[in-house]
Design a protein around this ligand. Structure first.
Ligand code: PLP
Length: 361
């Protein structure tokens, strides 16, 4: 038994992998692999449309929004967002609540003026109250990361931007809970955590924010060009879009977005409960109102690296892999994306309990 608790590329549902394996050599009706299909042919067109439709079946996307499938990963979108939106006023607000939004803000400095909404900090463990935020009414958009994968900071509310378009990086919690799309200007999410494999980023963008790209914007990164061409201006990563479509169908079969949310709450609660009941053996430094359901980072004692190493070694010998914290923060991190089952989270929770009982002093 192997349980992959990696932060991404992450575990895929086994059911989906088996379906993909079955279709791999001869896609039904086409007799060639999806990987060999023309992106302009009818077979691929059906796969592309079905993936977009399945996403719309999972979350309600109002008619005044476009779904774009873009390349360059989450990092590519850090720049793409600026090039498409920032030219409108030349300035943007960034809520830096973790290392990914910090990277996005740094990237944005290349394209215009960046206003930091909350004070700079070296450790990300909380989200300051909204009434203290320094929002600029002239900003082209307000940017934030809904779930900080490295630090485990997740928003449990949608920021109130006083009418300025809101841009959200949902790379690591997309489709793990309902989303009110109408509150956003742009939502983007790299696929390799909750919805598929690395190589595609889903972008949901409101119509009025399309058509403002800076002159320097590369053609394939221009929202308007991608929207006009249904994200097939050039060759899209066809196989990866096909896999993502299969994951969307799997989510629907599992009970849709409400089931994903309810599972994510149960799974993360199992781990946080062990941390809480361990008498300080495990420590999670995050404020309780911004603890991620997707990535649970914790330390043993006051960063006891010896014991953390032992924990990781024993976990691995039991098949629980990729639990090491991100290199920038150390410690341990359990990533509990959609494909992780409640049973698997339970196995980790039981191991954590057993480990602290054997090692508490
Ligand atoms: N945003 C978040 C929240 C992430 O977790 C990641 C990667 O883990 C990224 C952006 C960057 O994504 P990519 O590696 O696809 O560029």
């Amino acid at each position: 038994m192997v349980i992959n608790f990696g932060a991404g590329p992450a575990k895929l549902p086994e059911e989906v992998l088996k379906e993909v394996q079955k279709d791999l050599v001869h896609y039904p009706g086409a007799d060639i692999s999806v990987m060999e299909m023309s992106h302009r042919g009818s077979h691929y067109a059906a796969i592309h449309e079905a993936a977009l439709q399945s996403l719309k079946d999972i979350i309600y996307i109002p008619d005044n929004y476009k779904i774009l499938l873009m390349q360059g990963g989450g990092t590519g979108l850090f720049a793409t967002v600026c090039m498409n939106l920032m030219g409108r006023t030349g300035t943007a607000d960034y809520i830096v609540s973790g290392s990914w939004s910090a990277k996005a803000a740094k990237e944005a400095e290349k394209y215009g003026k960046v206003n930091l909404v909350i004070p700079k900090t070296s450790k990300y463990t909380s989200i300051p109250d909204q009434y203290t935020w320094n929002l600029d009414p002239n900003a082209s958009y307000v940017y934030y990361c809904d779930n900080e994968t490295v630090d485990g900071v997740e928003f449990n509310f949608v920021p109130d931007t006083k009418g300025v378009p809101l841009v959200a990086d949902m790379s690591s919690n997309f489709l793990s809970r309902p989303i009110d799309v109408s509150k956003y200007g742009v939502i983007f999410a790299g696929a390799q955590k909750n919805i598929g494999t690395a190589g595609i980023t889903v972008v949901i963008v409101r119509d009025d924010l399309i058509g403002h790209a800076m002159k320097i914007t590369p053609t394939i990164l221009d929202f308007e060009i991608q929207a006009k061409n249904n994200s097939i201006y050039n060759t899209p990563p066809t196989f990866i879009i096909y896999v993502m479509g299969r994951v969307f169908e799997w989510i629907k079969r599992c009970g849709g977005i409400t089931a994903m949310e309810s599972n994510s709450l149960k799974k993360s609660q199992l781990i946080y409960d062990v941390i809480k009941s361990s008498n300080g053996f495990y420590k999670c430094l995050l404020d309780s109102n911004c603890r991620s359901r997707m990535n649970v980072p914790f330390r043993i004692g006051d960063a006891n690296e010896e014991l953390e190493k032992q924990f990781l070694k024993e976990a691995e010998s039991k098949g629980m892999i990729q639990l090491k914290g991100h290199r920038s923060v150390g410690g341990i991190r359990a990533s509990l994306y959609n494909a992780i089952t409640i049973k698997e989270a339970q196995i980790l929770a039981e191991f954590m309990t057993d480990f602290y009982k054997r090692n508490e002093s």
